[in-house]
Design a protein around this ligand. Structure first.
Ligand code: NAP
Length: 300
């Protein structure tokens, strides 16, 4: 249980509702900041503003998956008010207060460093990234169906990268009957792709592996689908770029060549916000319970 744990949930989207639901079930005292337009009420949760919350009582702060913007603003779909997080606010929290976010950026890192607080980036964890790849793949399948006039079955699909997302994407499209090739840079990944019964190639040979593609799915957060690569694709190829912004595709060149190239960020939150929220909520509650046990050991 999280009895007597004071937790501020600041901003976010529908995924945050699963976190609120789970934490209220565990009896935590929640302060919801940036939720003034949320109709739903949760027992044990108080809607308030950043100025109203007693920062000195907080055990944890939960930010949205995106953390803050580079200016320190916390995005929220449940309020029209601007919600800002500052290092001065973090300094007012107790030293044991932990900040949880999906990802971070230079602004959030700097704030946390200045306030000497601990930041936990949930999406850096393998378990979260692997669970999260499931709704990501379902969203990718949806996009391929929406943006092509052929079946996935028997289509030629290249997946770039064999990380947590790339592995799930390659396996799913292969299971749907596509001819899947996977581009990587490490020999052990070439071996794994071979073991999976798929066609491996080195990214250094990418330009030689796109001439018959129906779909190219990039998961590599680096400039990989360059103008030279796009120039070798058939004009009907669909490029779906799953890598975090700005993606790994030369979108301007693709447009110039008439190739449809789509950056598709945040698919789990779009296609399955409830599942995506549950994935975060499950790991988060485990971490908060561990944190509260440690707190009790240190202050019996
Ligand atoms: P990951 O496990 O770290 O995998 C990244 C892959 O990219 C690895 O295969 C890695 O290969 C390769 N790579 C990285 N830099 C490279 C470079 N410079 N050249 C060649 N290969 C490179 O990451 P992930 O969890 O799969 O996530 C992949 C991307 O998808 C991230 O940007 C993530 O933010 C994003 N994402 C998007 C969505 C969405 O909805 N669109 C959802 C989840 C994640 P090595 O092993 O050789 O380094």
């Amino acid at each position: 249980m999280l009895t007597n744990q004071h937790i501020a949930i600041i901003g976010g989207d529908a995924r945050q509702l699963e976190i609120i639901r789970k934490l209220t079930e565990l009896n935590a005292d929640l302060y919801l900041i940036g939720f003034d337009q949320l109709d739903h009420g949760f027992t044990g949760a108080t809607k308030c503003t950043m100025d109203e919350v007693k920062l000195s009582t907080l055990n944890a702060i939960i930010l949205p998956v995106g953390g803050t913007t580079i200016e320190g603003e916390v995005d929220t779909i449940f309020s029209n008010e601007k919600v800002m997080l500052t290092a001065d606010q973090l300094k007012q929290t107790p030293s044991h207060c932990t900040i949880y976010s999906g990802i971070s950026n230079s602004c959030l890192n700097q704030m946390v460093k200045e306030a000497s607080r601990t930041l936990v980036c949930l999406f850096e964890r393998d378990d979260v990234a692997i669970y999260n790849s499931i709704p990501t793949v379902e969203g990718t399948v949806m996009m391929v169906i929406q943006h092509t006039d052929i079946t996935i079955h028997q289509s030629n699909i290249a997946v770039l990268g064999l990380g947590r997302v790339g592995m799930s994407v390659a396996r799913t499209f292969a299971a749907l009957g596509a001819n899947v090739s996977v581009g990587v840079r490490k020999p052990e990944h070439i071996a794994r792709i071979t073991e999976m019964g798929l066609k491996p190639f080195y990214l250094s040979d990418l330009v030689d592996n796109v001439s018959d593609l129906d779909v190219c799915i990039n998961t590599i957060p680096a400039q990989i689908v360059t103008s030279q690569v796009i120039a070798k694709m058939p004009s009907h190829t669909l490029v779906i770029d799953l890598a975090s912004k700005p993606g790994g595709t030369d979108f301007r060149y693709a447009e110039k060549r008439g190739i449809k190239a789509l950056l598709a960020p945040g698919l789990p939150g779009i296609v399955a916000p409830k599942t995506a929220g549950k994935i975060i909520a499950n790991v988060l509650t485990q971490l908060l319970i561990e944190q509260s046990h440690k707190g009790k050991e240190n202050n019996p």
